[in-house]
Design a binder for this molecule. Structure first.
Ligand SMILES: Cc1ncc(COP(=O)(O)O)c(C=O)c1O
Length: 342
């Protein structure tokens, strides 16, 4: 590592830490500029920016991993670029070429290389790209100027002492409307999730589970993560709906379940009154990779899957393989890894 930073790698959480550089690029008159790195972590924007009033903003979340040999790699960054473009289209914002997105992420990681946690600490460098509508524009219409910026910060392993099952409760609130913005990574969805999360946490649950907004019969999201269940017939089942954020971790687990573990994989409706079909269940996303679900509280009962204290064997295996790929210990499927030249 080029520089020393005073960080207790083993005890990192998920909190903002200012790193040395971030990337910033401006869009005006139909084009993105080349962008550059800056050490300033403040944005100077008009008070009339559409991002501030009408939520014309979207973001991504991905990680850089340090491998055993000291290399640094990104995991499926092209998928984050594609998903960001899908969010941008939904909010009438200008798209970002996939290569520009990947290069910006790589440049930020390289410029902050000494913040990438060492292999074996469980830590990673979390990368947060975002796009906001800026300029003087108080009407409800798309902005005439935009900022694309990427910053990063070191984060610790979600589970410090190995995976532990967590309990969740079903909420009556919706995070998104049926044809709203649930499938896009836009800030408004997260604003809508703050109250239901608080209510669940106050009752001792890790988070809440959202049902489909039209009928409240089918499982949608587990907090800010996707749901999956494992049946006794070796099936991996995950919900299908137009209002779920398409999780890159989820699609990676579907691939691993099918190709590495020989499971049958389905994306289909998951009725909340048929949780008995699952012998294991989990939530998946970039932050924790997999959070095993101990139990789900629904209609006053706690439905326990495998155990409230032990992690099921399939969940463990999915986690081992995905983390192995992300940290470079297991060979990745073609196109999943983007090496950062340091
Ligand atoms: C609402 C929501 N669902 C699911 C996910 C998981 O997506 P991914 O696996 O791409 O991190 C996230 C996190 O990005 C999220 O915010």
């Amino acid at each position: 590592m080029s520089k020393n930073v005073n960080i207790d790698w083993k005890n990192l959480g998920f909190s903002y830490i200012k790193t040395d550089y971030r990337y910033i690029s401006y869009w005006k008159d139909g084009n993105w500029d080349d962008g550059s790195l800056t050490d300033d972590n403040k944005l100077n924007i008009s008070v009339a920016s559409t991002a501030l009033h009408y939520g014309q903003q979207c973001f991504e979340g991905l990680k850089a991993y340090r491998t055993k040999s000291g290399k640094i790699q990104l995991f499926r960054a092209n998928e984050n670029a594609k998903r960001l473009n899908s969010s941008l289209r939904r909010l009438l914002m200008p798209e970002i070429p996939v290569d520009k997105f990947i290069d910006a992420c790589k440049d930020v990681v390289k410029a902050n290389e000494h913040f990438v946690p060492p292999y074996g600490s469980g830590g990673t460098l979390y990368i947060r790209p975002l796009v906001i509508g800026i300029g003087d524009n108080i009407g409800v219409k798309p902005a005439s100027e935009y900022i694309f910026t990427v910053f990063c910060m070191p984060v610790g392993a979600y589970f410090k002492d190995g995976m532990t099952p967590c309990n969740f409760t079903i909420t009556d609130y919706d995070r998104a409307a049926p044809l709203g913005t649930g499938a896009y990574k836009v800030g408004g969805n997260y604003a809508a999730s703050l109250v239901p999360h608080k209510l669940a946490a106050e009752r001792g649950f890790t988070d809440c589970i959202y049902l489909d907004p039209s009928t409240h019969k089918y499982i949608e999201e587990v907090g800010a993560a996707n749901f999956f269940g494992i049946t006794k017939n070796n099936e991996f089942i995950t919900p299908k709906s137009a209002s779920i954020l398409p999780s890159i971790t989820k699609y990676s687990l579907m691939y691993i379940a099918e190709k590495y573990l020989g499971m049958t994989v389905y994306e289909k409706q998951v009725p909340v009154d048929n949780l008995d079909q699952f012998v294991e269940a989990g939530a998946c996303g970039t932050a924790a990779v997999i959070t095993p679900i101990g139990g789900i509280e629904y209609n006053g009962n706690l439905h326990v899957f495998y155990s409230e204290t032990e992690v099921g064997p399939v969940t463990k295996e999915l986690y081992r393989i995905l983390c192995g790929i992300q940290f470079g210990d297991i060979e990745a499927p073609d196109g999943w890894i983007f090496e950062v030249n340091i």
